[in-house]
Ligand binder design. Structure first.
Ligand SMILES: Nc1ncnc2c1ncn2[C@@H]1O[C@H](COP(=O)(O)OP(=O)(O)OP(=O)(O)O)[C@@H](O)[C@H]1O
Ligand SMILES: [Mg+2]
Length: 426
């Protein structure tokens, strides 16, 4: 029996929810940058067609429409620039964060994340641009509210508890008021971070995760209206980190602070953020809900920042980019333009060989291309299979949920669903 077994690779993150196309108001907006740089998401128009942008560099979240919030954003920065010795390290960064919202500044090392945070905190002076809290100016190049009067809580990677102070005194450090008031607030917060039993202990008696929670309690104690967090979880081991991230998020939401969290880990941003601001070279290159940033990347680097990628090269002819996987739509792209078709390994579909043939071409999946297994590894939650492709000898990667470790030399057929591909200028 030459039954063709299809191993369809499912994506938890990128699959639109059932019924997605039924709600016009939840169709994605695509930001201005994306409009300029993303040539097309070939064939994906049925699911996620671009609609009107809701502001420069911003995207709406999918989901039911929400009422318009009339209040000014809790935190807003406009056109922030930082220059050091003639070098621009933060370049015209604008964003806003509402109360109760977590925005993640996500980007590679050295892209200007911490410098942005330091300017908002007031410990670094911007070269130009403005910072507003609740719509009121707190800093431009002339006027400056000192850091201690900005009602901003800070939490950094080295959360630096005071070693000579007890846990209670560490948490009470920034609190003003009488003894009873301080004691009440300290107890409230230690209960919330589940560390009441250590109230009279000292930092050296606590684990890294416990110290991190004390630091969180200390930062939250004065009820900051804004929390700035710079890689606060990076000192923790992986298993501890997930739990503490979730607990921290819950507490931050309860406190209704506007949170700007810096991270270079996409997973952390996806897990914690209501909105992600993707930074590169001092600029915000894309901003939007995690779902949108992941599924509507503005360029190849934005795709590869979140995951491994496969890339096909092609030259446009008649608004189509021909490849061994069939043609991809490239509307509006002039003939002879070189383009790259980018897709994630998780979206490659695999079929077993059927008497030398693969599955028949379809409009949504294009043509199947033949590959030979070069290497396969089980990674725990998924398996990674690398194929040497017949058409040009290149390697393409596919990830498959659970265990799928075919032997090297096995022939399989790869297809690439059109709504999972991005076509960018080469
Ligand atoms: N006071 C300063 N003087 C000169 N250069 C600076 C100063 N502060 C930051 N920089 C430079 O600005 C760039 C951005 O630094 P920043 O600390 O903001 O990066 P980052 O995105 O937080 O990186 P990482 O993820 O590694 O922490 C770096 O190249 C850094 O060397
Ligand atoms: Mg940094």
């Amino acid at each position: 029996m030459a039954a063709c077994v299809r191993l369809q690779i499912l994506s938890c993150l990128a699959d639109p929810p059932a019924g997605f196309s039924l709600f016009p108001e939840i169709k994605n907006s695509i930001d201005t940058i994306a409009r300029q740089r993303l040539i097309s998401c070939a064939g994906g128009a049925g699911l996620l067609s671009p609609s009107k942008p809701d502001g420069i560099g911003r995207e709406t979240q999918w989901g039911p429409s929400v009422s318009v919030n009339e209040a000014p954003p809790r935190l807003e920065i406009r056109n922030l620039v930082a220059r050091f010795e003639g070098r621009t390290v933060v370049d015209d960064v604008s964003l806003s964060v509402q109360a109760g919202q977590v925005t993640c500044l996500l980007g590679p090392s050295g892209c200007g994340k911490s410098t942005t945070l330091r300017m908002i905190a007031g410990v670094e002076m911007q070269s130009s641009g403005e910072i507003f809290v609740d719509g009121k100016l707190v800093c431009d190049t002339v006027f400056r509210v000192p850091p201690e009067r900005r009602e901003i809580g800070l939490m950094f990677q080295d959360f630096a508890l005071f070693p000579h102070l007890s846990v209670a005194d560490n948490v009470a450090f920034g609190l003003k008021g009488d003894k009873a008031f301080k004691r009440d607030r300290v107890e409230e917060l230690l209960n919330r971070v589940d560390l009441m039993r250590y109230i009279d202990g000292y930092p050296h008696q606590l684990s890294g995760g416990e110290q991190q929670r004390v630091a969180l309690a200390r930062a939250l104690a004065p009820r900051p209206r804004i929390m700035l967090m710079d890689e606060p979880f990076s000192g923790l081991d992986n298993r501890l980190r997930d739990g503490i991230r979730d607990e921290t998020l819950e507490i931050l939401k309860e406190e209704d602070a506007a949170v700007l969290l810096v991270t270079h880990e996409p997973e952390e941003a996806m897990r914690m953020a209501d909105e992600i601001a993707l930074m590169r070279g001092g600029k915000i290159v894309q901003q939007g809900a995690p779902y949108n940033v992941f599924t509507r990347p503005v360029d190849k680097a934005a795709v590869s920042f979140f995951s491994d990628i496969n890339v096909l090269r092609s030259e446009v002819n008649g608004a189509l980019a021909p490849t061994p996987f069939g043609e991809f739509l490239a509307p509006g792209v002039p003939d002879n333009t070189e383009v790259e078709i980018v897709f994630r390994p998780q979206h490659v579909r695999l079929d077993f060989d059927r008497n030398g043939k693969g599955p028949s071409p379809t409009a949504t999946d294009g043509v199947a291309a033949r590959g030979v297994v070069e290497r396969a590894r089980f990674l725990g939650a998924e398996s990674l299979v690398e194929f040497r492709m017949d058409h040009d000898g290149s390697i393409l990667k596919a990830t498959v949920p659970n265990v799928f470790v075919p032997n090297p030399g096995r022939v399989m057929w790869l297809t690439v669903p059109r709504d999972r591909c991005f076509v960018f200028p080469a």
